[in-house]
Design a protein around this ligand. Structure first.
Ligand code: ADP
Ligand code: MG
Ligand code: MG
Length: 877
């Protein structure tokens, strides 16, 4: 039969699966010889057995009694002894810390008789009755679900009658009376007397702790923190020590360093004459821990010694619970403590300086997610009002601006704006680029607004469904926000505020892009140090997705060593749109050529900027990818305009020709239609114009003394034949420009067929770049623009995937396509460079995957470059 019970002296900190975190650490502290009240731990396995059968596993209570006897012998006291009773605490404690989510019962073993024994033995009658009323209260709440408010109300009433304010002012008589009231409350709710038999109390409390694993708040917490539902909790049974024995006693919590900033020092709170949860419950004002030195210098010094030992032993920040009983210090809990992202960096770096960990370990202890949080501006918490609405926190940051309900107006606006839309589509791009932030009332984390905003580093709150958008205003309840009104949105929390909330810029971001120096700032120093170490360790290169010289420049300052994706379609938007329209509507070769010539000049200028910004480093330029009709006005608008004109008997003019073109180009599935390489093969001269612009730009930069490294990337290849034809055309154009043949030519791998035939494609490609957005879209058969509103939330709810495959790469399925392409591509062409562009390149989990499959680099938006550098380093240590 399995062993269900372990004494503290027999466990250690590595047995968390078996003993839970609290039990394993109590055992570890016992092993270290620290003053821990003796006790034992019932395993998580016992809890699992209990939860699966609804019954206490056979032999458990006999085993508990066995260990209890040992505990009684050690303490020289017996549970239920009327003269000198042993009292117990029964505490939950799971594998992963779930603070306050499950139950604990203190003072087990008291009853109408032993309360007198306790009083006599402690020489403190008041204390004994205070403990007894606490037992009935906690036991009633935890074991029998008696509503806590009933006890609270009785306590408040008692204080009223006695004309006192604080709990500690209640005297012995009052507490004795309160016990009677509590017992009645207990009986009214449970239909039974408060159990007087100490062993029954113990057994019922153990079962209650088992059950608390499935309490509603525990279930919700686990779901949020992604803790598995079938681990179960351990139960710790230990001798009570008393902080409520007058002013020479008390209880407290402490951190070995500041969990908010990481600063060294003494952090914590202490409360005299108190027990258990009193400190955190805020029923009385606590004193800062440092003040304990004036109250009880000996205990304070011992505590500081112990905290230093724990830090050295765990090699990390620890938090602890302790109690002082008449001048004697007792340790009740410790664990590696939670901390803010800033503290995580500072502490990791400090521990290196203190010789407790090496830099590799420090790197393991910080995450890209933490760095992401640190790089965004935040609202000043002291000046933040109540939110007006709340949506999905889709892209972090704190943005303030005037609400603008139309993309064109947002693009034309002067001063900061927040673009407010029901949802966004590619037409909104100019407005999104111009806006500080984007707020939508529909869609979630993978909606167009969310994905694009994250890519551009814009703050975004989406799916704020309580805001009702109507034309140029929105309403939430009685509040109306009109075009031009100031609003603030918090992309980290999803909160929406009326009016401007003061923003604090991120010092980390300004440090990383070279605007400020680290100086004496311990956070900046730690971030710089750990990133530098990551750079030294990582095998993955980090490139950036950048479409303009400014972006390329910023990316470079943030540590990118190349542009992995330069999208040329952004260069066709805005005022250049009419040129694209001319190209599409051209009816003669001359018209087409003149439109192409005009575009060539503009593109060449764009490329010169980017190649200059990335001087000496590769710049991968993707030939035009989206369907051309994305550059034309929407079909319905045009149809209405033409119909109106005809109604009025007017000539619709250019609109009619445009309408005909749009109708001709209409596709049922544009994502699977005429785009990417297909455009290049169908629209004569288009790719040739782009290639010429690239080659001429490079020649110009070189002539000016620069060192350009353009790479020409063909999108949406599905078969080697496509690439053969396009490559021949590209090479032909390059051969006409001086130095053109130095440009490398490669392809995106984003159509599943390309991944599966990578071995055929690789010999005529200089490089591969995985377009993981399209690869995911086509691999799963999910339309990226539609799934979010249609069914993703349901899928996430059902656990079909834990996170959207557009956010984190699906390593099993899409990852398999990538593996095949890497293996077969490299086998066929050992010189092949392989990278990834697209959203996944900056996603921490995905970066680890790309490292594991052996890519050469990831490419992501400039803002995510430091995150990718850090994660690539973490993947390598
Ligand atoms: P949680 O996991 O929610 O923190 P705990 O099991 O730590 O719950 O216990 C709740 C409170 O009871 C804590 O303040 C703890 O210090 C106190 N406590 C637990 N065991 C004892 C004990 N043996 N003697 C005195 N106080 C105790
Ligand atoms: Mg605790
Ligand atoms: Mg694509």
């Amino acid at each position: 039969m399995a062993q269900y019970v372990y004494d503290f002296v027999d466990g250690n900190k590595d047995l968390k699966d078996l003993l839970g975190g609290k039990g394993a650490n109590l055992a570890e502290m016992t092993r270290l010889g620290l003053p821990v009240p003796p006790g034992f731990t019932i395993t998580t396995g016992a809890c699992r057995a209990y939860l699966s059968t609804g019954d206490v596993p056979a032999g458990l209570f006999a085993e508990v009694d066995d260990h209890l006897h040992r505990l009684e012998r050690e303490m020289g006291r017996t549970l239920g002894d009327p003269d000198d009773p042993l009292l117990l605490s029964v505490r939950s404690g799971a594998r992963f810390s779930m603070p306050g989510m499950m139950d604990t019962v203190l003072d087990i073993g008291l009853n109408d008789v032993s309360v007198r024994g306790l009083a006599a033995h402690a020489g403190d009658i008041r204390f004994a009755w205070d403990s007894y009323r606490r037992l009935i209260q906690m036991f009633g709440k935890t074991v029998f679900d008696v509503p806590g408010e009933e006890f609270e109300a009785a306590l408040a009433a008692e204080k009223d009658i006695r004309h006192v304010v604080g709990d500690t002012e209640l005297d012995e008589a009052a507490l004795r009376h309160l016990v009677e009231v509590y017992k009645k409350v207990f009986q009214t709710h449970t239909g039974r007397e408060f159990p007087q038999a100490p062993h029954e109390q113990l057994h019922l409390a153990i079962e209650a702790v088992f059950r608390s694993w499935n309490s509603e708040r525990a279930v919700v917490y686990r779901r949020q923190e992604r803790i598995s539902a079938d681990l179960g909790t351990a139960v710790n049974v230990m001798a009570m020590v008393f902080g409520n024995l007058g002013d020479g006693s008390g209880t407290g919590v402490a951190f070995t360093r500041d969990p908010a900033t990481g600063a060294r020092g003494v952090y914590g709170d202490y409360l005299e004459n108190a027990q258990g949860e009193d400190v955190v419950a805020g029923i009385r004002n606590t004193m800062p821990l440092s003040q304990l030195s004036t109250v009880d210098k000996n205990s304070y010094d011992e505590l500081l010694d112990i905290m230093a030992r724990l830090e050295t032993h765990y090699r990390d920040l620890c938090d602890i619970e302790f109690t002082i009983e008449r001048g004697k210090l007792w340790m009740l809990q410790t664990r590696v403590g939670k901390r803010t992202p800033a503290a995580a960096f500072v502490i990791a770096s400090q521990l290196v300086d203190e010789g407790l960990i090496d830099l590799d370990e420090a790197l393991r202890r910080v995450t890209g997610r933490q760095l992401t949080t640190l790089m965004f501006p935040t609202f000043d918490p002291a000046a933040t009002p109540a939110p007006l609405a709340r949506g999905v926190p889709a892209s972090p940051g704190a943005a303030v601006g005037r609400a603008v309900f139309d993309s064109a107006r947002a693009a034309a606006a002067t001063g900061p704006v927040i673009l407010v839309r029901r949802e966004t589509n590619p037409d909104d791009l100019p407005g999104m680029i111009a806006a500080q932030g984007i707020l939508t009332s529909r869609g979630g984390k993978t909606s167009h607004a969310a994905v694009v905003a994250r890519g551009m580093g814009r703050t975004c709150v989406c799916g704020a469904d309580s805001i009702d958008i109507d034309g140029d205003s929105f309403r939430v309840g009685d509040t109306v926000v009109s075009e031009g009104d100031l609003i603030s949105i918090d992309g980290a929390t999803g909160n929406v505020y009326v009016g401007p909330v003061p923003v604090r810029p991120s010092r980390v971001a300004r440090y990383l892009d070279g605007t400020i120096e680290a100086g004496e700032d311990p956070l900046l120093w730690a971030v710089g140090r750990l990133l530098q170490h990551a750079d030294g360790r990582r095998r993955l290169g980090v490139h950036a997705n950048a479409d303009t010289g400014d972006d390329a420049d910023r990316a470079r300052r943030l540590g990118a060593t190349g542009v992995g994706l330069c999208r040329t379609e952004h260069m066709f938007l805005g005022e250049r749109r009419p040129l694209v329209e001319r190209l599409i509507l051209a009816t003669t070769d001359e018209e087409r050529q003149s439109a192409l010539d005009a575009l060539l000049l503009l593109q060449r200028a764009d490329f010169i900027e980017i190649l200059t910004a990335m001087d000496g480093l590769p710049v991968t330029i993707r030939l035009l990818d989206p369907p051309l009709h994305e550059f034309l006005p929407p079909l319905t608008d045009l149809a209405v305009r033409v119909a109106r004109a005809e109604e009025r008997g007017e000539d619709p003019g250019a609109d009619a020709a445009m309408l005909a073109a749009v109708q001709r180009m209409h596709e049922a599935n544009p994502m699977l239609g005429l785009r990417g390489v297909r455009l290049g093969l169908v629209v004569a001269g288009l790719f040739a114009m782009q290639v010429r612009a690239i080659a001429e730009a490079a020649a110009q930069v070189r002539a000016d003394g620069g060192d350009p490294h353009p790479e020409i990337m063909v999108p949406l290849i599905g078969s080697v034949q496509e690439l053969e034809v396009v490559r021949a055309e590209i090479e032909q154009v390059l051969s006409t420009v001086d130095g053109g043949s130095e440009a490398r030519i490669g392809t995106m791998i984003e159509v599943p067929r390309a991944a599966l035939t990578a071995g055929e494609i690789a010999p005529i490609a200089d490089f591969f770049s995985f377009g993981t957005n399209d690869l995911t879209q086509m691999g799963w058969g999910f339309s990226r623009d539609d799934v979010e509103s249609a069914f993703f939330s349901r899928y996430l709810e059902l656990g079909i995937f834990g996170v959207s495959p557009f956010e984190s790469i699906d390593a099993t399925g899409i990852g398999r396509l990538i593996r095949i392409a890497v293996d077969e591509g490299r086998a066929a062409n050992p010189q092949l460079t392989i990278g990834v562009c697209g959203e996944h390149g900056g996603d921490p989990d995905s970066v680890h995957f790309f490292h594991a499959v052996g890519l050469d680099y990831v490419s992501c938006s400039p803002y995510r470059v430091p995150v990718a550098r850090l994660e690539a380093g973490r993947a390598a240590v």
